[in-house]
Design a protein around this ligand. Structure first.
Ligand SMILES: C[S@@+](CC[C@H](N)C(=O)[O-])C[C@H]1O[C@@H](n2cnc3c(N)ncnc32)[C@H](O)[C@@H]1O
Length: 237
């Protein structure tokens, strides 16, 4: 249950901080998903979600547009919490406690489109293999939101003020960039000058490498850690 990108620690953070710090992050995800649905005509279709956890980030997403949702999420506690939170959608959910990893890509071949729910790029932290090559070859419309760069205060709580604009996401404008590399440079520049911050690059430029448009925004996970989130969609919009 202890996993760098999920498990008890993640659920605890979500319960403590999501109501205060995640509002914009949740709205941004819902916007990305609704564009994805609109542009790929996914109304009434079957959506595959990988790494849904308890859906802590997905509370603003309108699941009613899908006929069915197939979830791949190995965390058993997440399943219980997801069911409690999204009880009304539960009859439309098919839950697999299966991790999608290199070698078993075929397990997630059902469904009309795939939503990677902040799971790609977690790999570089957890050291497990993801089927990035299989994703590239998969013809289904796919959307992924994931951490591009994470910054954690290494000593104490990040001082309010420097992060004031990103505390709730307000004022920390969501940007649409032509080149994903620019987005990452921009992200890193936000931390420059912060001497006590440890940065992790999630190495996510290889997620749909052919995609040039991406949306980025800051997600303040906790008072002491902020993720620079990237959302990419294929086919491109
Ligand atoms: C950052 S959390 C995602 C949070 C989630 N999107 C939410 O709304 O709260 C990453 C999740 O990916 C799951 N995960 C990790 N490796 C996975 C894999 N290979 N296949 C499917 N899920 C995986 C973890 O169990 C964890 O719950």
């Amino acid at each position: 249950m202890i996993h760098p990108s999920g498990g008890w620690g993640y659920h605890l953070k979500a319960f403590c901080f999501a109501p205060f710090l995640w509002r914009n992050h949740r709205k941004n995800i819902a916007q990305v998903v609704s564009r994805f649905v609109r542009n790929n005509q996914l109304q009434g279709k079957v959506l595959v979600m990988v790494g849904a956890s308890a859906g802590h980030e997905l509370t603003c997403v309108d699941f009613s547009v899908f006929k069915k949702i197939i979830v791949f999420e190995p965390d058993g506690v997440a399943k219980i919490l997801f069911r409690l939170r999204y009880g009304r959608w539960w009859p439309y959910v098919e839950w697999h406690r299966t991790a999608v990893v290199t070698g078993n890509e075929s397990v997630f071949l059902g469904g009309d489109a795939v939503l990677w729910c902040n799971v790609l790029g977690q790999d570089s932290v957890s050291g497990k293999g993801f089927p990035l090559s299989a994703i590239g070859a998969d013809p289904r419309p796919q959307c992924s939101f994931h951490d591009a760069v994470s910054g954690a205060e290494s000593r104490g709580v990040m001082v309010e003020g420097r992060w004031a604009s990103s505390a709730t996401g307000a004022g920390f404008t969501r940007i649409l960039l032509k080149d994903r590399r620019d987005g990452r440079r921009e992200a890193i520049s936000h931390w420059s000058g912060e001497r006590n911050v440890t940065l992790v690059d999630h190495d996510t430029l290889n997620v749909f490498p052919d995609v040039t448009d991406a949306r980025f925004w800051a997600w303040r996970l906790t008072p002491w850690s902020t993720h620079w989130v990237e959302a990419v969609t294929r086919p491109q919009e």
